[in-house]
Design a protein around this ligand. Structure first.
Ligand code: GRF
Length: 306
């Protein structure tokens, strides 16, 4: 056997192997789609690079890093790859939930993975500490003070305009998930479809008018520091303690016209300790908010949202 023959055979065996995987991948798109929709926690068990991702636009060979960045935790559908939906976060104060959302968006590259960059942080208070933090992250910020408006409707109207202005732009090309080895399979495709922004209320202490809620229906999400439907409104931790609750928690929910109502997306539960006061309980609940809010948003984005 000549020295050059064996490598050639090996090469053709490898090529045949990949062609066969490709063929089976086309036939069993569901299998590859399933691989691509594994949650990040499952990645340890799925660390067989290279990984194929399949969707209606074709099959592509993606390296494990690409898989980790582009497929893990996301259902690969045309909905969340061909479209773009910015995130606008509304705050009134410290902004620790906003920071948790921004960190998750940065670390998991929501812009590339879901076409969902954090476009802006808007506050109704100029002294909201979260504004400076957001600016330091390079995120656009804006203050729209409710005190500058005669009524809620006028404030909400200005807020809606600002949200639309920040969140209505496509800031990048369609992602190339599914492109073999990073080479575009659809060269020349233009900007993605731009959906209206997803609006995340993160300690935003304003009651929104029905008109605003209706205008943002399906893309308005809030976090509330209680186990809804218990303790809507303010002072949730003091009220939970006064009621003798053994457990407290937080809820991420869709926003409706009724305060702190709406479909529950995520909840966290913490035990109430004998030595708790409202401050210590709030701090423990807040730590869990920073986990469940990014998780809820991640799931919405992965599902293609509204
Ligand atoms: C959080 O407890 C949130 O649930 C409630 O207001 C608080 C805001 O905290 N709506 P931060 O501004 O996110 O730190």
């Amino acid at each position: 056997m000549g020295a050059g023959v064996l490598p050639k055979r090996r090469f053709s065996t490898v090529v045949r192997f990949f062609l066969s995987v490709l063929r089976h991948g086309l036939a069993r798109g569901g299998f590859f789609a399933a691989m691509c929709s594994l949650p990040p926690d499952s990645l340890v068990g799925a660390c067989a690079a290279p990984v194929f991702c399949h969707d209606r636009r074709g099959v592509g060979l993606v390296g494990l890093p690409r898989y980790l960045a582009g497929c893990g935790g996301a259902r690969v559908t045309p909905d969340n790859r061909n479209s773009m939906q910015s995130i606008v976060i509304l705050i009134s104060g410290g902004g620790s939930n906003m920071a948790a959302l921004v960190r998750a968006a940065q670390q998991e590259d929501w812009a590339a993975r879901y076409g969902a960059p954090v476009a802006a942080v808007i506050s109704n208070r100029a002294d909201a500490a979260g504004l400076q933090w957001a600016q330091a992250q390079g995120i656009a910020t804006q203050v729209i003070s409710h005190t500058d408006f005669a009524d809620r409707a006028q404030f909400d109207s200005a807020l809606a305009q600002a949200i639309a202005a920040h969140g209505g732009k496509d800031i990048g090309p369609k992602p190339l998930v599914g492109a073999p080895l990073g080479i575009a399979v659809h060269p020349g495709e233009g900007a993605r479809d731009v959906k209206p922004p997803l609006v995340l209320l993160a300690g935003f202490m304003r009651i929104l008018t029905p008109g605003f809620v209706q205008a943002h229906a399906g893309r308005l999400v809030n976090i509330h520091p209680s186990l809804l439907p218990a303790f809507t409104g303010l002072h949730t931790h003091a009220r939970a303690l006064a009621a003798g609750c053994k457990f407290a928690g937080a809820t991420v929910h869709r926003v409706t016209e009724v305060l702190d109502e709406g479909a529950i997306l995520e909840q966290s539960v913490v035990p109430v300790l004998p030595e708790d006061d409202a401050r210590t309980l709030a701090a423990r609940v807040l730590a869990t908010e920073h986990i469940i809010y990014p998780r809820a948003v991640r799931r919405l984005l992965a599902a293609g949202l509204s």
